[in-house]
Design a protein around this ligand. Structure first.
Ligand SMILES: [Zn+2]
Length: 430
């Protein structure tokens, strides 16, 4: 089947493209990019006023299947992803059972193929059952398509264990992604330790609880040579450690979430909104500013959501007993456009690197560029549309967003995965 996308503003820093052009897609591949293109038969779509970019990738999501389908499943989570403009996600292994063996990896892939609305890359667990004690079946999982390893949700507590994980990861040229949390320091911490924990009268989750493991894992990266990716970085000092590691030439990358960029510890008020309980916690305004600088200067490689759906009843309780996490797939792109691109702090090119190019590089999955021969994974963005975040509009089963009621600008209108539309004029294609 042929598809002709006409008159869109096409932006792709990988091939130096930033102009109005037409794109012809045939059999799932881009075959031509240029001006005044036509096709004899097929589907034509006029995208005047829209921006077309290489399909967005969110390399940190929780799809919750198997085991927690009351929160989200692969069908609903990938619909939320398509609605948010994503052509691919990477799902975390803290499912039930834990994704720590090849059968579990294959189950997720099979479900994604059957009911998914975007590509689903699977991250396998580093340790069996996320316990941090015994290596998972890493080699077998690689053989069955796992793209990366992480015990996300928990930090690997033992340095020797983490070293073995990274020794194995480097053997397979897979990135080890680290959720940095020293459990001895963090304990039952609920909110950032300091003003927030004092003001709110809750146990603190200190910045050092994250920074210690960032420092340790960078040292282990130096020791093992294994590519290291720091997940959901939140502190200015943690970012400094990553910046220094990069300057040293170590294969270290990192990611940040929109909520850690645009919400700080002061957002948690007298209502103790449990939607703002996230792990790591919302940090200080100074941390947010440092993270934004890191996004702009390239120290931060990827924007991810850490999309963490929970049911209404799980979040509708006292702050201390609510689970950590907020959803993000359907607001991420607009938050970046509204807060960074539209005001001129971040170029479209940088935004595309953060949300499309670098995630694929880090996960070592197929490069997608807007040039002939590449797979037609494309995201179409209306950069001008203004909208208000409304829980009723989410395709996710969950509504635990910290941005409900926020007025945003820019939104994905159409998404193509391998040339097929998964989102058309804002509606999921079933
Ligand atoms: Zn995590």
């Amino acid at each position: 089947m042929a598809l002709l996308l006409k008159n869109a503003h096409v932006i792709d820093p990988q091939v130096g493209l930033n102009k109005v052009a037409d794109i012809v897609v045939r059999d799932g591949k881009i075959v031509e990019v240029g001006e005044n293109l036509s096709i004899e038969k097929g589907v034509e779509k006029d995208l005047a006023g829209k921006i077309v970019v290489p399909g967005l990738v969110d390399m940190h999501v929780h799809l919750r299947e198997p085991g927690f389908e009351q929160k989200e499943d692969i069908a609903s989570g990938t619909r939320a992803a398509a609605h948010g403009g994503f052509t691919a996600v990477c799902c975390m292994p803290n499912t039930k059972p834990v994704t720590d063996n090849a059968t579990a990896v294959e189950f997720i892939q099979a479900r994604a193929n059957a009911v998914g609305k975007c590509r689903v890359h699977v991250a396998g667990a580093c340790s069996q059952g996320l316990k941090g004690e015994t290596l998972s079946e890493m080699g077998d999982m690689v053989a069955h398509g796992a793209v990366a390893f992480t015990d996300d949700g928990r930090g690997v507590q033992d340095a020797g264990m983490m070293r073995r994980v990274m020794d194995y990861g480097s053997m397979f040229d897979r990135v080890v992604m680290s959720h940095c949390q020293d459990e001895g320091l963090v304990g039952d911490g609920q909110v950032n330790e300091g003003i927030a924990s004092t003001r709110l009268g809750m146990l603190g989750w200190p910045a050092e609880g994250e920074e210690l493991q960032i420092a340790r894992d960078i040292a282990l990266c130096r020791l093992t040579g294994c590519p290291l990716h720091i997940q959901h970085i939140t502190t200015a000092r943690g970012l400094k450690l990553v910046r220094a590691a990069k300057e040293e030439g170590l294969p270290v990358t990192c990611e940040v979430t929109p909520h850690h960029l645009f919400l700080n510890e002061w957002a948690i008020g007298d209502d103790y909104n449990t939607f703002l309980k996230v792990n790591p916690p919302l940090r200080t305004p100074e941390d947010c500013n440092a993270l934004i600088d890191g996004v702009i200067d390239g120290t931060i490689d990827a924007i991810v959501t850490d999309h963490a759906p929970h049911t209404a009843w799980e979040k509708n309780c006292e702050f201390e007993i609510a689970p950590f996490g907020m959803i993000g797939l359907e607001t991420s792109l607009a938050l970046i456009i509204t807060n960074l691109v539209d005001p001129g702090h971040l170029s479209w090119e940088r935004a595309i690197e953060l949300m499309s190019v670098k995630p694929r590089e880090i996960l070592r999955v197929e490069r997608v560029a807007i040039e002939p021969g590449c797979t037609a994974d494309l995201t179409v963005v209306d950069p001008e549309v203004e909208w208000t975040v409304d829980a009723a509009d989410f395709f996710s089963k969950a509504t635990n967003s910290g941005f409900i009621g926020e007025e945003l600008k820019g939104r994905a209108t159409d998404v193509f995965v391998g040339g097929y539309a998964t989102l058309e004029d804002g509606a999921i294609v079933e």
